[in-house]
Design a protein around this ligand. Structure first.
Ligand SMILES: Cc1ncc(C[n+]2csc(CCOP(=O)(O)OP(=O)(O)O)c2C)c(N)n1
Length: 540
């Protein structure tokens, strides 16, 4: 130990910088200014946003690019509460988000109530852990927070920072660091022998992969397994791109589209062996509950954490590093001729025309045009709504995390800030955010943040003056049209008034040339793509 001292805020900032964090997002109040000063000095740039919730989504997207935990900063009371939605999202969507909130000291709270209540009570059910900075164990606390956020299934960790404690000086000691966990491989034994034998005898095997493949960086293992055994792959929306989606074995994303389910569920029901790799059904609609029959089908579940969801059960469960698990399962296994009737290719072909692909203009034409104009390694984000379901089916991903979205909480208002966070962390890649008009209107203030960030992010908004997904459901239930339509906003003019560029697009050519100009512009571009109301009928 030396005689040197460091403030608690500095110890927190040092550990976050060490974890690779380069950005923190939020809105300061007097309670967190010491914290953002410490972050700044540690090399973690603070980005001022217009809303704490958007800050959390920017942090999430930066994480998808640089893999470091995201950092959201909010002041006490209203600031902290503005972030509840994104923290719930990080909880359901498994995002390692460090949530730093200012608070008053316990002694102060005995006799002072203005803006004061127990933040931890609010955050506990939607975080993996909630800590209050305590004098004396700061280093342990922040190392624990980072470890918990990144461990196993990642998720949010909340830290309440009492104002004066962040400034208390601590002797600088050797840092307390737990170190990473080593990957767990399934043990050799009868369960593994049986799974290998079933795989070797399979005639119609399928892989279904989900988000834990990303957490375990198992995308290459999955792609190699599928290719070397010629086994087709279905992914959840989050796992899109672990096998480039122009590979004939890639059957695309599944989750929310009944049209896709019409092709994919019969395929799953006709498979004899199903290998689940890091598949968490939290992303799936209810139609995916118990879709196989374990009396006739053999299901191998390679999972990050034990199955407590009961959306499905399996013939054999391995809790492991899912990439190691797949390699271990495949060791020495040869497969024969598979899917001799060619059913996966037929399903793939049917999906390639099921969403109005090739139409002159409409939501599918918009998605296709942007994909054609976007570099292969571009990053897309998408909001919640009808446009998102269609896009998730039509958009091709060529690498993991190429399409970022909220797939478990499915919240609106995430696509714009996610695009901003992604571009900040990946300035050399083209970034486009897709949103419905209602979703964008929920978050418009962040266009001003985007102006200040001076980033050429492209925002594509599907303008139909309708909550299309909800309007569709309403009509589907023969309910009258109530609370789902609204007036049309001139998004192009709005973008210009906020220091960006704006183009109204009503055909493929206008959209294509606007995109050509947008990637390298000095500022952001909003492409307002006007489509007819009810454009998604028969398309989801
Ligand atoms: C924060 C939030 N509020 C409400 C919902 C419910 N919801 C899901 S989709 C949707 C409609 C979104 O409309 P828009 O952004 O215009 O997209 P579209 O459905 O038209 O593509 C609504 C209200 C939600 N998912 N998130």
């Amino acid at each position: 130990m030396t005689s040197e001292t460091s403030s608690a805020a500095d110890l927190v900032a040092r550990r976050l910088a060490e974890a690779g964090c380069r950005y923190a997002f939020g809105i300061p109040g007097g309670e967190v200014i010491s914290m953002i000063d410490a972050l700044d000095r540690a090399g973690v740039e603070f980005v001022l946003t217009k809303h704490e919730n958007a800050a959390g989504f920017m942090a999430e997207a930066a994480h998808h690019v640089d893999k470091a935990p995201g950092i959201m900063v909010a002041t006490l009371g209203p600031g902290a509460m503005n972030g509840v939605n994104v923290v719930a999202n990080a909880w359901q969507d498994q995002v390692p988000l460090i949530v730093l909130t200012g608070c008053v000291e316990e002694a102060e709270a005995m006799t002072y109530t203005h803006q004061v209540f127990d933040h931890q009570q609010v955050f506990r059910p939607i975080t993996k852990a909630s800590f209050k900075l305590a004098d004396g164990a700061v280093d342990e606390m922040i190392d624990k927070a980072v470890s918990i956020a990144m461990d196993g299934r990642p998720g949010p960790v909340h830290i309440d920072l009492p104002i004066s404690l962040t400034r208390v000086q601590h002797p600088v000691a050797t840092p307390v660091r737990r170190g990473p966990n080593q990957p767990v491989t399934p043990a050799e034994g009868p369960a593994l022998d049986e799974a290998r034998a079933k795989l070797a005898a399979a005639k119609r095997p399928l892989v279904i992969a989900g988000v834990d493949v990303l957490h375990h960086e198992a995308d290459t293992a999955v792609a190699e397994f599928c290719r070397s055994h010629s086994i087709p792959l279905i992914t959840t929306y989050k796992a899109k791109g672990i096998l480039p989606e122009d590979d004939p074995l890639a059957l695309g994303g599944a989750g929310l589209s009944p049209t896709a389910d019409k092709q994919l569920l019969p395929l799953i029901k006709s498979a004899d062996v199903i290998i689940l790799v890091g598949y968490d059904p939290i992303e799936m609609r209810i139609g995916w509950r118990n879709i196989w029959d374990l009396s006739t089908q053999y299901v191998i579940d390679l999972m990050a954490v034990p199955n407590t969801h009961y959306m499905h059960t399996a013939s054999v469960n391995f809790v492991c590093d899912v990439g190691q698990g797949l390699k271990t399962l495949a060791a020495g296994v040869e497969t024969g001729n598979l899917w001799e009737a060619g059913e996966p290719a037929k399903a793939r072909d049917a999906l390639a025309t099921a969403y109005g692909q090739g139409e002159a203009w409409g939501p599918t034409a918009i998605v296709e045009t942007v994909r054609e104009k976007m570099p292969r390694n571009g990053i897309a984000t998408v909001d919640s709504g009808a446009h998102r379901i269609l896009l998730s089916q039509v958009w091709h991903c060529y690498e993991p995390r190429g399409l970022i979205q909220s797939t478990a909480l499915c919240t609106m208002g995430c696509a714009l800030p996610m695009a901003m966070g992604a571009k900040l962390a990946a300035p050399d890649r083209a970034v486009v955010g897709f949103s419905g008009d209602a979703g964008l209107e929920m978050i418009l203030g962040e266009l001003a943040t985007l102006r200040d960030m001076k980033l050429p992010v492209v925002i594509v908004v599907f303008v139909d003056a309708s909550l299309a997904l909800i309007e569709l459901k309403q009509r589907g239930q023969q309910l009258p049209n109530v609370g789902v339509d609204f007036g049309e906003t001139d998004f192009a003019a709005l973008a210009r008034s906020l220091g960006g560029r704006g183009v109204l697009c009503e055909d493929r050519e206008t959209l294509a040339s606007a995109l050509d100009e947008a990637w390298d512009a000095e500022t952001f571009t909003v492409l307002a793509c006007r489509i007819e109301r009810k454009s998604y009928d028969g398309r989801l």
